[in-house]
Each structure stands twice: as structure tokens, then as C-alpha cells.
Design a protein around this ligand. Structure first.
Ligand SMILES: [Zn+2]
Length: 660
């Protein structure tokens, strides 16, 4: 078996690096590689990358596209086979393999840091004459130069060494922060009677015959149904508290350290804060603008939040007449009651129409009809029996491949996310992408269907963005971070379209979701949106304030409690430490505002589909050509303007919020 895996691995290596110029790279990833294989692959590719990089640094003679940019591109090609490391770390069933992939990620990050601190490289790049460059090449060159300067390449050696050391610490701390959350699964033993209200299939899956108690975990598939359906206030409270204690106390120290190191690095580079440093490269531009944007959203929301909160409280008081406020562990439960009673909408009635296999096929079919592609199963090696693999064709030509690891299991990444596994380059290699999600194999909630389509939107974006590119750094989801969610957020609108739903939403008897039920869902859709957005504003402010202020001047816990009071409709829950399990405080760091910002863009983009038809092939094609296909080859603001025929504005989003 070991020998076989190594052979597969070698084949991957060979095809990645020894193919003739005319041969298109279409291989899958090294799905069955062992921990040792990963270590070997990592060392081999990094050593190749280093060799190429040294050649760029030591280059003499005229500096131009061929001698500098194309030579540097070889470094990126050498690193391509290591791209799946991050996905492997998230999904591989074998912890040894996950750890090996993680070690590799750390090494890649170290190597990246050394690139961005190389003065010989910076000098060679700066010497490239950009006057006659094609637009995508010029964009690539200038972004690279800017990022090198942002790493401190033009500083003295002592400063550069200091920055390099800080970046290493930041990566390590970030990994530690995430690991502390992922591996901290808490459990709660509860009596069978406490499960009253939960769906039958939920109980059947967990309770063994003859047993009087059941052990629930803080993992989402256990947690969310409890918060939504369990009649027991105590059960919801207990599990919610446990979930918000994850990562604590370890992450209290890790996060403070992480924020401090980032602040220190930003100061050395001449910025006031890490947020200022971080937002310089985004559409939004600065923490002050982000703060102002969040304030405008907050103002637009005020009345709607108040109305929703009063309504929820009135319902809670029917259960507990002494209640003064709806708490966090009660919100989903009360929401569901109101949906059932006032919108006659029962989540259980809805979910019968969303069997996983039908939903998956529906998502694929929608993508096919919107964008004129064909998606079919792809026979290839995978790392677990749950994994599904597909390939995408256009006019019979293979244009991309992807994996979906869509069901929960121990040790696996617990959210839903997209990973790029290989960037597409015109005529050279097709894009390879993947999703890791955690859906039941049976019935899904409508919200999960929305999540599925959202993540699939990222996947499609990366595939379409990898068709015309000439540079790896321009391919895939390489655009500004505060734009990257917009296409996926826009695509969510399609699960709120009956024409789309009726193509796949069928129950076991083969009955299509009734129009009447769908109308009810749409009516109930906006309910809870104001409070939900307010919670998002709290998260965004937490991320912004942690990173725009000097960490020497505040403590994590009190600042979080204060921001929660200011923005969240729900009071702080004693004994919880949300910041210790809010993983985005590493990945998004200061930039969680992006969720709201890109939603504002998505709403603006969607206005054109709304006017001209959700199934309008022509509009969908224009959208694909102007926005998705552009990848990271130009500023996002330009793509949006190309599609809309005018610059982006947030009016459509603000109007939506005011009308809630
Ligand atoms: Zn997303």
C-alpha cells in the first residue's frame, strides 16, 4: 500500500514538473499520500522553489518579463503541488497526515516570508520597465512590489530579520489558536427526556436502545438542532455555554500574543495599527472607513432590531412571564417558534424536501444551466469514502475538477469552506478546487442548502477565474478579500427562487416542495435578519477594535463584553469566552467587516439579475465574463463597474435593511 501511494505521489510530481509545454495538467491531488509522503513532497518542492528563487535573485543583465517575472513564476509553479496541504490539514482522517500537512504549511509560510524580505529580488523587480506591459502583467508586477514593501523589504537588515521572526511567530500562533478550537470538543451528558422537541431523526441517530442518557457534543450537528428545537431552556443554556468556552483558557493567552505580535509588526512598518496595515490592500482602504461603514449599517438597522427584539421577547414571555430580555441560548428557539406560529413555518416540514443527494444534484444543475457548463462524476482516488469528485466541462472540453467532503466526522474541519488546490493557467493547467462541509447524509435545513450554494459559488468562481490567466498570482480567488464573498453571497439568492427550488426540492414520496410552503418561507425569510445583522456587526467590531487599537491598552474579555453590549441584541453570557473560539479572529483578523461590505456589493450586483431575470443566460454570462473570469487580474471595483456599467454603491443594501 505504501509503495502504491508513493507511486501515485511520484506521478503527480512528474506530471507537475516534467510535462511538455503543450500538455495540459489535469491530475487530481495526492489524495492518498502518507504523512511521510507529505514530508518528502514538501521538502522536494520547497527545495525546487528555493533553487528557482535563488536564480531570480542572482540574475544579472536586463531585468524584464522573461528574466524576472517568468523566472519568479517558476517559484510559484514549484509550490503548486503543496497547495492542497491546507485542505489535507482540514479533512484528512489520519492525524499524522494532518500534522505533516500543517508542518508543511508552516514551512511554506516561512519561505514566503523570505521571498517578501529579499532585497535582491526587490531590486530586480523594481528594475523591470513597465511601460509596454499588458494590463494583467502590470497589475501583477505592481501588486508584488507593493507587497514586498509591505513586508519591509526596503528596511535595514536588522528590521527585516525582526519582521521575519514576527511573521513566523504570527503563523505559529494562528495555527495554535485554530488547533485549540478545532480539538476542543466538549461533551454534555443529558437524559433522554431533555431531548423533547428535537426531530425524531436527530434522536434516533444519537440514542442507543435501552439507554437513559445520551452524550451530546459541542459540534455543530449536535449543537444547532438543540438551540433551535430543544424545549429545555437548561439544555440549550448548558450546551451553548460549553460551546462558547471552547479554546479557553489556552486561547486567551494565544490570542493576546497573536494580536500583540501583529501590532508590533505593523508599527515597525510605519502603520498605526495592524488594521491600518491590513486594510491598505482592500477595497475599503482603512479602519476608519470600515468603522464608518459599520456605523452606517448600524444606524440603518436600529428600528428593525428594536421591533424584532420586542416581538421575540413577547413570545418568550408566554413561556416565562418574568423574562426581561431574550438571551443568546433562547434566540434560535424563539425564532423557530415565531416562524411556526406567525408564519406557519415549521423547519421540520421544510427539511423533508432537502435530501442531501437531491440538493447536491440541484446545486450542480443550477450551475450548469446558469453558466453553460456540464458537471459529471470524476473517477479518482479519495481519502475517505464520503468524498465525492467531479469534473467540469464546457463545449466538451475539460475546464476544471473538484472534490467535496460534505459529511461530518471526528477530527475534520467543522464548518463549511472552499479550498483552492491548483490555480488554472490558460493552456497549461486546469484549476482544481475543493469543499469541506458538514451536512447530514439525510435531510438538510434550508439554511444548509444556502450554505452549500454559497461555498459552491466560491468553487465556481475559482474555476472560472482559472481559464484565461497567464500568471498564477492572478488566478483563483486572488482578488481583494473584502470582495471575495460577494459572488457567493449573491448566489444565495437562488435558493430563494421557486423556479430554482422546484427543480430539486423533493421529499421521499417524490413530491415537489409546494408553492404555498415556499411563499411562507420567503415571508419568514426576513424575520430575524435585523438581529442577525446586528450580531454580525458585533463580530465585525470585535475583529476591528481588537486590531485597530494598541493591545497594551486593553484586555480581550472586557472589550468583548463592552462591544457585545453596544452592538449585539443579546447580553453577554457569564462564564463564556467567545473570543477564544471565534476562529475568524486569526483568519480574518481585523477584517470581519468584509462580510457586511461584500454583502452590500452582492446586493448591488444582484439588482441586475433581479431586473433582468435570475435565469437570464445572457446576464449570467456577462457576470461570469466581467467578474468571475477576471480572477485577481485587476481591482475588484473595476470588475463591478464593468458589469454594472457604473461604480458600486451601498444604496441597495441600506434600503434592504431599512425595509426589514
Ligand atoms: Zn464564503
Amino acid at each position: 500500500m505504501k509503495y502504491f501511494r508513493t507511486a501515485v505521489l511520484t506521478a503527480t510530481l512528474l506530471s507537475a514538473h516534467s510535462v511538455g509545454a503543450s500538455e495540459l495538467l489535469i491530475d487530481g491531488m495526492n489524495a492518498t499520500a502518507s504523512a511521510k509522503d507529505w514530508q518528502t513532497l514538501c521538502e522536494q518542492q520547497l527545495s525546487k522553489a528555493r533553487e528557482h528563487f535563488t536564480a531570480v535573485e542572482q540574475g544579472t543583465g536586463p531585468a524584464n518579463v522573461e528574466t524576472v517575472l517568468q523566472q519568479y513564476e517558476q517559484v510559484n509553479y514549484a509550490l503548486q503541488p503543496l497547495m492542497p496541504a491546507s485542505y489535507i490539514k482540514a479533512v484528512h482522517p489520519d492525524k499524522a497526515v494532518r500534522d505533516s500537512a500543517e508542518a508543511c504549511i508552516q514551512k511554506i509560510a516561512d519561505f514566503d516570508s523570505s521571498i517578501y524580505l529579499s532585497q535582491p529580488f526587490y531590486q530586480r523587480l523594481s528594475a523591470v520597465d513597465d511601460t509596454n506591459l499588458k494590463a494583467d502583467t502590470r497589475f501583477f508586477l505592481h501588486r508584488l512590489l507593493r507587497d514586498l514593501r509591505r513586508s519591509g523589504v526596503d528596511r535595514d537588515e536588522e528590521t527585516r530579520n525582526k519582521i521575519f521572526a514576527l511573521q513566523q511567530q504570527i503563523t505559529e500562533l494562528g495555527n495554535e489558536f485554530g488547533r485549540n478550537i478545532q480539538e476542543d470538543v466538549r461533551t454534555l451528558e443529558v437524559g433522554i427526556d431533555d431531548l423533547a422537541g428535537l426531530p425524531e431523526d436527530y434522536i434516533a441517530e444519537r440514542v442507543k436502545t435501552g439507554e437513559k442518557t445520551v452524550t451530546l457534543t459541542t459540534n455543530y450537528p449536535d449543537l444547532y438542532p438543540v438551540l433551535t428545537y430543544a424545549h429545555s431552556d437548561k439544555l440549550r443554556y448548558d450546551l451553548r455555554v460549553l460551546a462558547m468556552q471552547r479554546g479557553y483558557p489556552a486561547n486567551a493567552k494565544v490570542l493576546k500574543e497573536l494580536i500583540s505580535r501583529r501590532h508590533e509588526m505593523a508599527k515597525i512598518l510605519g502603520y498605526n495599527s495592524f488594521a491600518e496595515y491590513n486594510m491598505e490592500t482592500e477595497m475599503i482602504g482603512s479602519p476608519e472607513k470600515a468603522n464608518a461603514f459599520l456605523q452606517r449599517i448600524n444606524t440603518a438597522l436600529k428600528d428593525s432590531v428594536e421591533q424584532e427584539s420586542q416581538r421575540a421577547l413577547a413570545r418568550l414571555q408566554k413561556i416565562d412571564p418574568t423574562a426581561k430580555i431574550v438571551n443568546q441560548w433562547q434566540a434560535s428557539y424563539i425564532d423557530n417558534l415565531i416562524r411556526q406560529e406567525e408564519y406557519a413555518l415549521d423547519a421540520k416540514e421544510v427539511r423533508q424536501y432537502f435530501q442531501y443527494a437531491n440538493v447536491r444534484d440541484g446545486v450542480l444543475k443550477l450551475s450548469e444551466s446558469l453558466f453553460g457548463i456540464e458537471i459529471r462524476p470524476w473517477k479518482t482516488e479519495v481519502w475517505h469514502e464520503d468524498v465525492e469528485a467531479y469534473e467540469i466541462l464546457e463545449d466538451g472540453k475539460l475546464i476544471g475538477r473538484f472534490y467535496m467532503d460534505n459529511h461530518p466526522r471526528d477530527g475534520k474541519y467543522q464548518h463549511a469552506a472552499y479550498w483552492g488546490l491548483r490555480n488554472g493557467i490558460k493552456g497549461k493547467q486546469i484549476p482544481l478546487a475543493a469543499l469541506a462541509q458538514n451536512f447530514p447524509k439525510g435531510l438538510m435545513e434550508h439554511g444548509q442548502v444556502e450554505t452549500f450554494l454559497h461555498e459552491f459559488g466560491h468553487l465556481l468562481h475559482s474555476i472560472f477565474a482559472g481559464q484565461h490567466q497567464r500568471w498564477l498570482d492572478n488566478s483563483g480567488l486572488a482578488m481583494e478579500w473584502d470582495f471575495v464573498e460577494a459572488p457567493s453571497q449573491m448566489l444565495e439568492e437562488w435558493v430563494w427562487d421557486y423556479g430554482t427550488l422546484k427543480t430539486f426540492a423533493q421529499n421521499q414520496q417524490g413530491e415537489v416542495i409546494p408553492k404555498e410552503l415556499f411563499m411562507k418561507m420567503n415571508k419568514a425569510r426576513d424575520y430575524g435578519k435585523a438581529t442577525g445583522t446586528a450580531v454580525q456587526l458585533f463580530y465585525a467590531q470585535l475583529s476591528l477594535q481588537y486590531y485597530m487599537n494598541d493591545p497594551a491598552g486593553f484586555e480581550l474579555q472586557p472589550m468583548m463584553v463592552k462591544l457585545q453590549q453596544q452592538y449585539s441584541p443579546y447580553p453577554y453570557m457569564e462564564g463564556t469566552h467567545f473570543y477564544a473560539n471565534f476562529g475568524h479572529l486569526d483568519g480574518y483578523s481585523s477584517n470581519y467587516y468584509t462580510y457586511q461590505w461584500s454583502l452590500a456589493i452582492a446586493t448591488d450586483l444582484f439588482s441586475r439579475f433581479e431586473k433582468e431575470g435570475l435565469n437570464n443566460r445572457e446576464i449570467a454570462q456577462a457576470y461570469r465574463d466581467k467578474i468571475l473570469a477576471a480572477g485577481g487580474s485587476k481591482p475588484a471595483a473595476e470588475m463591478v463597474e464593468d458589469f454594472l456599467g457604473r461604480p458600486f454603491n451601498e444604496d441597495a443594501y441600506i434600503n434592504n435593511l431599512k425595509s426589514l
